[in-house]
Design a protein around this ligand. Sequence first.
Ligand code: HEC
Length: 176
Amino acid sequence: MRKVAFWVVAIAAVAGVLASTVPASGPADEEAVPIFGIKIPPGYRDWKLISVAHEEGNLNDIRAILGNDVAIKAYREGKLPFPEGTVIARIAWDYVPSEENNKVFGRAQSFVPGPAPDWYLQFMVKDSKKYAATGGWGYAQFNKDGKPADEAKLKTCFPCHEPIKARDFVFTRYAP
Ligand code: HEC
């Protein structure tokens, strides 16, 4: 009887540890985008910087473009088309004035990243076979809660990237 009690306690303890570590392990349970089936790549926030950009108009955001190791190597070697396994991430934040910084400057000149907009996160994933119909790239967009964009949205990606076919459908150039 004691042995049984030991095992009950031991199994419960192991199950408890497993249950408590699952959420911390990242986006495994997150939803994939429609059409392309892409999930948020784990660790993307630690990728290296390719460049930054600022959009005006309705978007009015500031953005960072990051690449996984395959992307960074290809960029630095000037390699085109991008190799299989390339992933490019684009993070956007609202473009907001910084009162705190402006106080120090003595005038309005500082703008910084603010809250995340609906188009917070985008990815382009290179897989020539899987995504042959869209120039060899899969496209993904997620809002700040990790919720994927809908099918209609994802259908707009490739047609708009098509004009930059000569650079393998990627607009961003490497900022040294
Ligand atoms: C209206 C045209 C347009 C649409 C629609 C569009 N893009 Fe882009 N995308 C651009 C342009 C232009 C840039 C470069 C922006 C800049 O640097 O200011 C860009 C940049 C990117 C980048 C960074 C790499 C690169 O090509 O510069 C990613 C990743 C990206 N877009 C993904 C997506 C995804 C995913 C979608 C669909 C949800 C999408 N885009 C829809 C025009 C578009």
